[in-house]
Design a protein around this ligand. Structure first.
Ligand code: CP
Length: 336
């Protein structure tokens, strides 16, 4: 494996093999398989799970990591091209990224959406620019449109729970959030469920449609995998027979880069906070999934998060196991 950039770069069979490797490494640890290997971690945005789980993954396989982020004691990173650097930032990513990459055998990069230009974010331009400076293998730790490690962990979580691909009903629901939220998790999760062959309903209020190119890709993936894709604003209808409710907050494409306008628009949508009543028409053991972090009482009530439906902790632990599989595949064989 050269890079791990998007879940849709892999077939269902390849993903199942990675999930199988994650299961094997959980049951039969290999604490020396990446001995002497170093994973460089560049975080241009905050993290709890991704940061901790990548460090834990490398330690469990016998390797090591180092972390660089703009909040550390570094020179301040400039990202704009053609800029005269006479301001605060004293180092450009064009030098910093290859330097950081050169200290490791692979690099993980988190560079979430800037949310200034929807078209640029849809093409993952900023992330593409960053990895163009890297010659080692890289892992996408969340870019403007992709979150493949979360997708792999969620795939594994559904396998663990016996939630089927074909025949499994997957509801991806929008939830209210006080701040503009990137599209990466919703978009990549939609594609993951489509690739898995699930019957997907996107449950969202008017104004929160996902971008058309994303919907086209997801529809095509669902068709090829034997699944389906629909949209609804009606909670009872959308949740009918659901095996899992995957909740995420994402920004409106209509108000992208205009947060104050979106604030006004969504002020009447605060009831898009998941409570127990949302599950009334679902399968009795319908699960609640969320990538975390989640704002309690805002995106979902305690009665949901503290109930047996919630598998958010399992999803997070599966981040570590799935990433162990990716790193094992990437670094334990001399493929590159
Ligand atoms: N789910 C996820 O990526 O969490 P962090 O933002 O804490 O890394």
């Amino acid at each position: 494996m050269k890079n791990f950039n998007a879940i849709t770069d892999y077939s269902r069979e390849e993903i199942e093999q990675l999930v199988g490797l994650a299961d094997r490494l959980d049951k039969h640890p290999e604490p020396r398989s990446l001995e002497g290997k170093v994973l460089s971690l560049l975080f241009l945005n905050r993290s709890l799970r991704t940061l901790a789980s990548f460090q834990a993954s490398m330690i469990r396989l016998g390797g090591g990591t180092f972390v660089i982020s703009p909040e550390m004691s570094i020179y301040g990173l400039e990202s704009r091209s053609g800029i005269i650097m006479d301001g605060t930032a004293a180092e450009h990513l064009k030098e910093a990224v290859p330097v950081i990459a050169s200290y490791g055998d692979a690099i993980g990069i988190r560079a979430m959406a800037k949310m200034e230009d929807l078209q640029q974010d849809l093409q993952d331009q900023a992330f593409g620019e960053l990895v163009s400076h890297v010659t080692t293998p890289y892992v996408n730790m969340e870019s403007a449109m992709e979150h493949p490690c979360q997708n792999l962990a969620d795939w594994k979580t559904m396998n663990d729970l016996g939630i089927p691909g074909q025949g499994g009903k997957f509801v991806l629901s929008w939830s209210w959030h006080p701040n503009p939220q990137p599209l990466a998790t919703a978009v990549s999760t939609l594609k993951m469920a489509a690739l898995r062959g699930m019957d997907i309903t996107i449950l969202r209020p008017e104004g929160y449609q996902l971008p058309q190119p994303v919907m086209q890709t997801a529809r095509s993936l669902a068709d090829q995998s034997g699944g389906s894709l629909s949209e609804s604003e009606d909670r009872r209808e959308a949740m009918e027979g659901a095996h899992t409710l995957y909740v995420n907050s994402w920004s409106s494409c209509e108000f992208y880069s205009r947060p104050q306008s979106e604030d006004r628009f969504k002020s009447s949508l605060r009831d898009w906070c998941i409570d127990s009543s949302w599950f009334e028409s679902a399968e009795p053991d319908c699960r609640f999934m969320h990538c975390l972090p989640i704002r309690r009482g805002v995106a979902a009530l305690d009665e949901v998060l503290d109930s047996p439906r919630s598998v958010v902790i399992e999803e997070s632990r599966n981040r570590m196991l799935s990433q162990m599989a990716v790193l094992h595949r990437m670094l334990s064989t001399p493929e590159y």
